[in-house]
Design a protein around this ligand. Structure first.
Ligand SMILES: NC(=O)c1ccc[n+]([C@@H]2O[C@H](COP(=O)([O-])OP(=O)(O)OC[C@H]3O[C@@H](n4cnc5c(N)ncnc54)[C@H](O)[C@@H]3O)[C@@H](O)[C@H]2O)c1
Ligand SMILES: [Zn+2]
Length: 348
């Protein structure tokens, strides 16, 4: 069993990469009362695989509707109601069992129920395994935008079992890979080369290696900047442009990871114009996204409107535009307020 430590002093925890069915005892689960949060799809496919690990516990299951559109206050109330009905107390545990949507909501509910109880993440999508399940960002969407309500609440442990991914559809799987590529571009050129040479992460070995590497990168970032006052912002490479694309397409045309891929291409065009990357480096990133069948072409219809919408990004502060741009492959730079004409040109 491999474990990666997320080192946050008294909030430290382990991310285990292992087949959960083989872990008879989950040492972090010492709680007697447990509420599992999941959705109908994940529950039908996989919940039987985790229940044997929780024998001798009082286990309740709260099944929420599936989808980003249910990542809202109503679902949080449903979780909290369940917690009250089953009389969870300060020593009880919430387990998030699903993708990033379930993870973000479970963590948020756990963080506010009786001013905070323990929670554990068992992520079942690639995106959640490499990114969302680690780092303690939790929350929901509302009419004003995505993830605008939430808290930092670190899990007590994260259990990653790549077997869950066997039922994930190919498109969801690929969307997770764009977050992996994001980490490689900004932080690790050897990891980038590994992804260039790997056989589409089809083998369990390569897949585990990519997941472990991504979590190690994220672990290092969180240790240095838990609350995103600096370097953690680098995880938003491709996201400033990608979020606008998601918004313009009503969150329906592209999966988040696909929009990030499109956003990475726009960010690279800007980086190229600012001399942060060479044409060759930009081509390598483009080719890597293409290799993993991620979309790379998005035509901006109204560039001025797109530009205005860039300011809605949470990372923009005091009306300043901030972009995370690659600085070669394996490093990044935060660029504030680049000339508007260059941004417009980067839109294509
Ligand atoms: N907290 C963070 O740091 C962080 C980071 C990145 C993303 N996020 C959030 O994560 C969310 C996206 O997560 P996601 O991409 O996992 O989406 P998701 O949770 O909606 O899951 C995608 C789909 O896959 C299904 N699914 C889950 N596991 C499955 C499995 N094993 N087999 C078959 N189907 C399965 C789900 O039911 C859903 O239909 C967004 O809300 C985003 O804001 C959070
Ligand atoms: Zn993302």
């Amino acid at each position: 069993m491999k474990a990666i430590k997320i080192d946050l002093k008294e909030n430290s925890y382990n991310v285990y990469i292992s087949e959960i069915a083989k872990l008879k005892e989950l040492k972090e689960i010492h709680h007697s009362k447990i509420l599992i949060i999941t959705n109908p799809k994940v529950s039908a496919l996989h919940i039987q695989k985790i229940l044997p690990n929780l024998e001798n516990k009082e286990v309740f299951i709260c099944t929420l509707k599936d989808g980003e559109s249910y990542k809202n206050m109503q679902s949080i109330e449903a979780i909290l109601d369940n917690a009250f009905i089953h009389k969870l107390d300060r020593k009880s545990l919430i387990i998030a069992f699903g993708g990033g949507v379930i993870g973000d909501m479970s963590g948020f509910a756990a963080g506010i129920y009786q001013r905070g109880i323990d929670f554990i993440n068992i992520p079942t999508t690639l995106l959640a395994q490499v990114d969302a399940s680690v780092g303690g960002k939790t929350g929901i969407n509302n009419a004003f935008g995505k993830n605008l309500i939430g808290i930092f609440h670190q899990p007590k442990a994260v259990y990653i079992d790549t077997n869950f991914l066997s039922t994930l559809n190919k498109r969801e799987f690929r969307a997770g890979i764009s977050e992996i590529i994001k980490m490689a571009v900004c932080f690790d050129k050897d990891f980038f080369s590994f992804l260039e040479n790997a056989n589409l992460l089809n083998s369990k070995e390569d897949l585990e290696k990519a997941i472990i590497k991504s979590i190690q990168i994220k672990a290092d970032i969180i240790r240095k900047d838990e609350r995103e006052s600096g370097i953690r912002a680098a995880l938003n490479y491709g996201h400033t442009f990608g979020h606008v694309i998601e918004l313009l397409e009503n969150y329906s045309t592209y999966l988040h990871g696909e929009a990030v891929s499109l956003g990475i291409i726009k960010a690279n065009r800007l980086a190229l114009k600012l001399g942060k990357i060479s044409q060759n480096e930009s081509d390598r990133i483009l080719n890597l996204l293409k290799k993993y069948n991620l979309p790379t072409e998005y035509e901006v219809k109204d560039k001025n409107d797109f530009y205005k919408k860039l300011f809605l990004d949470k990372k923009s502060q005091n009306d300043k535009l901030r972009f995370i741009l690659p600085n070669g492959i394996g490093a990044f730079e935060i660029v504030e307020n680049p000339p508007k004409d260059l941004v417009l040109e980067a839109l294509g």
